[in-house]
Write a protein that binds this ligand. Structure first.
Ligand SMILES: [Zn+2]
Length: 171
């Protein structure tokens, strides 16, 4: 899977799943995503130095009907996650680092990655001119799931491995 930039239009009133559900529910969704990814980045398989992965919301934009649709969650290493929100990286002065990571992961030149970044900002500017209708049916389907699936032994082992990773890195 290649790394892409996903800028949320300024006009999308809905900003993140975290603010929409209880802490407990968010943690459950996040944990399910981490387990699915085996605690490694789903794009580059890398892990972060302090925590292995972060949870990223995948949105789809229907530019014709102006619908912002939640497709699901993905686990990303902090560097790939930074590329997804490259607008924020720019604000924090990390645009260069994020562009370099984009180039590295996609095996393209820095200037090609830079052009991708500019194109993403253009799309963002266009999308920010419109109001968007929200479709979070994915989240609703997850919340309707009455009880979380019991973890298999293999999954429990992965959770244990993650806990060990946290302890090991907690200096
Ligand atoms: Zn990554």
């Amino acid at each position: 899977m290649k790394l892409t930039i996903e800028l949320v239009p300024r006009t999308c009133f809905y900003t993140n799943v975290r603010s929409e559900v209880s802490r407990k529910t968010w943690d459950r969704l996040r944990k399910m995503s981490y387990i699915k990814a085996d605690y490694a980045c789903e794009i580059c398989r890398g892990v972060g130095p302090t925590h292995p992965v972060e949870c990223h919301e995948i949105w789809e934009y229907d530019d014709k009907d102006k619908i912002q649709r939640l497709l699901g969650l993905i686990s990303l290493c902090p560097r790939c996650h930074e590329v997804k929100h490259i607008g924020l990286a720019q604000v924090k002065g990390n645009l260069d680092r994020a562009t370099s990571h984009l180039a590295k992961i996609n095996k393209v030149s820095y200037s090609y990655a830079h052009a991708q970044v500019r194109a993403a900002f253009d799309v963002w500017a266009q999308r920010s001119k419109h109001k968007w209708t929200l479709d979070i049916s994915w989240l609703k389907s997850m919340l309707n799931d009455p009880k979380p699936k019991k973890l298999s032994t293999a999954e429990e082992n992965r959770v244990a491995k993650k806990l060990f990773f946290d302890l090991y890195n907690d200096k």
